[in-house]
Design a protein. Structure first.
Length: 264
């Protein structure tokens, strides 16, 4: 019987990801921190995603399956998993991303030792061919809503927050950048978030995924600000040039981007 004390609920939406899902699940099972539950929401997948989940369920009783009647999208699937989570801590991992085996152990110790309620880590990019790209995405040690108004340096796959202290927090049902809005909502309660400055996760880059279309990301940036700030009409003209500059630096000069981000 899993004890709720310090239980980590891992939120994983899954849609048509039969080829990558097993890698993600294995990275959870291999965690040195053992007090976790993995809640996978099968978002009406049309491939063999469900079969992969059921195979691992037979091997691991800490894996819970929720099946959507129709395709709700990643944001709503994460919200459904969060509603059903039993853990003190809420963590996120998408079905095509990976965790380093000490990720949870190091992060929970970091949170408990420093009494932090909202944390994230560095992460590494890897390609659609499963090869590491040997570039680590870094983040500021401390983040707040002001800094987040012109950038989102937090990788969803790295986040853990304390739901006992902050309560469960839900993302808006929008196609893109819903995690950006979610972190801003978390920061309304936690006031600050803190980075464990270690590479503890691997983010899979997709050539055709939602995150690859830069123009639409800008459009959704406006939506993020509108959803997150009362005086969004005044904020957007000020923050948008900074946001665009940071996006450009991240794409063209990633090493410089990391240096700038670490100084913020």
């Amino acid at each position: 019987m899993i004890n709720k004390q310090d239980l980590v609920s891992i939120i994983m939406p899954a849609y048509n990801c039969e080829h990558q899902l097993g890698w993600a699940i294995e990275s959870v099972i291999s965690q040195t921190y053992k007090n976790w539950e993995l809640i996978i929401v099968n978002d009406a997948s049309k491939d063999k995603t469900l079969s992969v989940i059921e195979k691992y369920q037979k091997l691991e009783n800490r894996i819970r399956l929720i099946s959507n009647a129709s395709n709700y999208g990643a944001a709503e699937s994460r919200n459904i998993a969060t509603k059903n989570a039993a853990g003190k801590y809420i963590a996120f991992l998408d079905a095509d991303d990976l965790w380093i085996k000490d990720k949870l152990m190091k992060q929970i110790i970091f949170m408990k030792k420093n009494k932090y309620d909202f944390t994230y880590t560095y992460y590494e990019n890897y390609g659609s061919d499963n090869k590491n790209l040997k570039f680590i995405q870094k983040a500021p040690f401390k983040i707040n809503r002001l800094k987040m108004s012109f950038m989102c340096p937090i990788g969803c796959l790295t986040v853990v927050y304390n739901s006992d202290r902050l309560s469960k927090i839900y993302a808006p049902n929008i196609n893109r950048r819903n995690d950006y809005v979610l972190w801003l909502k978390v920061l309304e309660k936690s006031k600050s978030g803190y980075c464990l400055k270690e590479n503890l996760a691997k983010y899979r880059l997709s050539k055709t995924g939602l995150s690859s279309n830069k123009f639409l990301n800008i459009i959704y940036y406006f939506k993020v600000i509108r959803l997150s700030f009362k005086y969004w009409l005044f904020i957007i003209p000020i923050t948008t040039p900074i946001y665009l500059f940071i996006i450009l630096i991240k794409k063209k000069m990633p090493l410089l981007y990391n240096q700038i981000i670490r100084l913020l």
